[in-house]
Design a protein around this ligand. Sequence first.
Ligand code: NAD
Length: 421
Amino acid sequence: MSVDNLLDRALVRLDEAASHLKIDPDVIELLKYPRETTKARLMIRMDDGSRKSFLAWRCRYDDTRGPTKGGIRFHPDANADEAETLAFWMTFKCAVMNLPYGGGKGAVQVDPRKLSKAELERLSRAYIRAFGRIIGPNRDIPAPDVYTNSMIMGWMADEYAHIVGEAVPDVITGKPVTLGGSLGRDDATARGGYYLIRHLAPELGLNGTMRVAVQGFGNAGQHIASLLAADGHKIVAVSDSGGAIKASDGLNLDVLREAKAAGKSVTDTAGDFGHVRCEDDEVIGAPCDLLVPAALEDMIHEKNASSVNARVILELANGPITSEADKLLAAKNVIVLPDILANAGGVTVSYFEWVQNRQGFYWSLVEIHERLRAIMEREGREIWNVAQQNKSTVRAAAYIQALKRLAEAIEAHGTQTYFAS
Ligand SMILES: NC(=O)c1ccc[n+]([C@@H]2O[C@H](COP(=O)([O-])OP(=O)(O)OC[C@H]3O[C@@H](n4cnc5c(N)ncnc54)[C@H](O)[C@@H]3O)[C@@H](O)[C@H]2O)c1
């Protein structure tokens, strides 16, 4: 087994969870491999008249609990292994939240910042032409992920409608509100994590004003910083792909948001409001109560994990901590609220969007927030209790809880234990 393979490393968590449960070997055999991964080459015409092709994938990992669900990532380093791993995590995330979905994921190997708006639209529509037969409102439902947004989802839903000859808003979530998107989707991922932290604060020992460091200042990172700052907590360090910035008395979020809206890096604010440029890893090692990784995978690893100074880590990014780093953090008694729970607010509000599209009746923002809060608190509390009962990390507890639900669904179809008896 190659250790360089992201999916193999993710599967270690499955084996760990299985060791706490008595489940049929069929369950593990089914969950070890994605159901299907389709690869395509998207051909589009560039603005200068030339043709260019981009590699793209859609993975449906497991659909035992319902249609597969997962975002589409546009990134220059995207690859099949990453898409399959993200789809595996989605399978467990949907089970953690008890949503009636399996897990899927899509990706295009592209740097979208190098495309014009018209080229980006052509690429998004080409993705749906290539994968239109795989996705569907009862089969596989995409959503946004890194470097994709609501406008791209709107183009994709429109292309799908052209292919099937009718509007099918529930084929894709994260659409603009005016095209059937849900209120509250924009900050749903961060808001879910925020409700979780607020609910478990006494157990986590997070009392009073917190000092918070945020790695990645995109959708998830900016929203969590805003939600926590609104409650009086101090954001002391943030980073993006351009570098990192810190201020021990708290960063000025308005200035940071303005810089990002103008297409700049957070580092462009250095020199203003006490903002000081620092090394990327200083965000990981910032003296703080709460560290929020909200960028990409494997950002906290063997080499920087021991520098973590936070009491709690809220994983808004998918897979930001390697399993080696997990062990080092556990030894330091750092509590990690794992991605498949901490960032599940996004898929939960995506689920609300799908439900609203199907029923043709839309909820208010207050209703969305209330439903999200209730689910995050219920599932968060349950996983916290599983961790206490098993004397395990919260991550192990989340995997145990999800695997239990997946196993029940797989066993309901009959397994070796049933057929051989
Ligand atoms: N947006 C959602 O609804 C959602 C839901 C679940 C999980 N996530 C996960 O959250 C993470 C971030 O997603 P997003 O939607 O906020 O993406 P985004 O594209 O809006 O933001 C990503 C941010 O990470 C920064 N970044 C990239 N490389 C970096 C590096 N080396 N160091 C520091 N910062 C770096 C980018 O500059 C950007 O600010 C991803 O792991 C994604 O899978 C997002």
